[in-house]
Design a protein around this ligand. Structure first.
Ligand code: ACO
Length: 321
């Protein structure tokens, strides 16, 4: 048994905040942000919870797939910013959707999270344990960034995307690669909450999201093309066979560098940075849904999905639409 994506969905918070809006509350400019990242605006959750955004995205994906929520065997949510520590986003989502037959768990792999969720769903279906799985990637990072740190808070946006994965006789997902490099974890981190355990001496370290942008840039431009090539080889294809590259939307310069290193025209790399910023685990599924809804995916098209980020971690999949 193989697995394929048979429905997608996405949801963004109502409040759109442009670079010019940000320049009114901090020392930044549209020119600085756009020229370095390609980001023009982002949606920030003011009224919405992540569970609500994820449920909206999931309902669309289920509808497109023609799957009822009770038919789901599993829900996997990729996030690092769930509404609660407990219960998980996936369990909240199960309740919202009434997906009472699904086992639900979260994956925290930052911007690689959706790829890891997809690969996990594929493995569960291939081994015969599940038939229908909902995967979601979503974040409300606006509550985890330091709004006094202009070098990080301008980069991120909120939102959620979803896909339904089903067992199929014909292959959808052709190959997967993934990796982690915990030794370089300090390039992008967010420390935990305060520890009030009376037996622990000294203050615990807490922080907002903190990033060494140049280290992350170097990691991404070296690792992502390699992972994509490996996945394409594993699928028995050539890079020229791929119709579309749906990459994690961190930064336009990273996407341009990947396109150059792979010698693939930039037109094959759709982007939504201009309106969405970096949605971490939500960025790949939100963009995948956008290209799907725009009719840019034809049956039989070969697509690469790739995520990369904190951990450090990365993942790539080749699939046939
Ligand atoms: N507005 C105006 N000026 C700013 C801003 C801002 N928002 N942020 C920083 N600056 C200033 C800095 O203070 C610094 O000023 P100084 O020279 O007077 O000290 C100057 O701009 C340069 O700052 P750098 O941090 O060195 O900026 P850099 O050119 O490296 O660009 C960026 C930062 C865009 C993040 C870059 O490092 C990059 O592209 N990194 C890739 C990683 C990435 O995109 N990460 C996203 C999240 S991780 C992920 O999703 C995988």
């Amino acid at each position: 048994m193989r697995s394929r994506i048979c429905g997608t969905g996405s949801a963004l918070p109502k409040r759109e905040v442009t670079n010019d809006d940000l320049s009114k509350i901090m020392d930044t400019s549209d020119e600085w942000i756009k020229s370095r990242t390609g980001i023009g605006a982002r949606h920030l959750a003011v009224e919405e919870t992540l569970t609500q955004l994820a449920a909206q995205a999931a309902s669309q994906a289920l509808q497109e797939a023609g799957v009822r929520s009770e038919e789901l065997d599993m829900i996997i949510a990729a996030t690092l910013s769930a509404d609660n520590i407990l219960p998980s986003l996936s369990c909240e989502l199960q309740r919202e959707l009434g997906a009472k037959n699904a086992v639900a768990f979260d994956i925290n792999a930052a911007c690689s999270g959706f790829l890891f969720a997809l690969q996990t769903a594929d493995a569960y279906i291939r081994c015969g344990q599940c038939q229908k799985i909902l995967i979601v990637g979503g974040e409300i990072l606006s509550k985890m960034v330091d709004w006094n740190d202009r070098s990080t808070c301008v980069l991120f946006g909120d939102g959620a995307g979803a896909a339904v994965i089903q067992g199929s006789e014909t292959p959808g997902i052709l190959s997967s690669v993934s990796g982690s490099d915990g030794a370089k974890g300090e390039a992008l981190f967010c420390k935990n909450r305060e520890n009030h355990n009376p037996y622990v001496k000294g203050a615990t370290e807490v922080s907002y999201v903190s990033m060494n942008g140049q280290e992350v840039y170097k990691f991404a431009v070296r690792t992502v093309p390699k992972a994509i090539l490996e996945a394409v080889n594993k699928a028995g294809l050539l890079i020229e066979d791929i119709d579309l590259f749906v990459l994690h939307q961190a930064n336009m310069r990273i996407i341009e560098s990947v396109s150059k290193r792979l010698k693939v025209p930039i037109e094959k790399f759709p982007v939504n940075l201009e309106t969405c910023g970096n949605i971490s685990a939500g960025s790949v599924p939100v963009l995948l849904d956008a290209v799907n809804q725009k009719g840019m995916l034809k049956k039989g098209d070969k697509i690469v999905l790739a995520g990369f980020g904190a951990g450090l971690s990365w993942g790539a999949c080749v699939l046939v639409w």
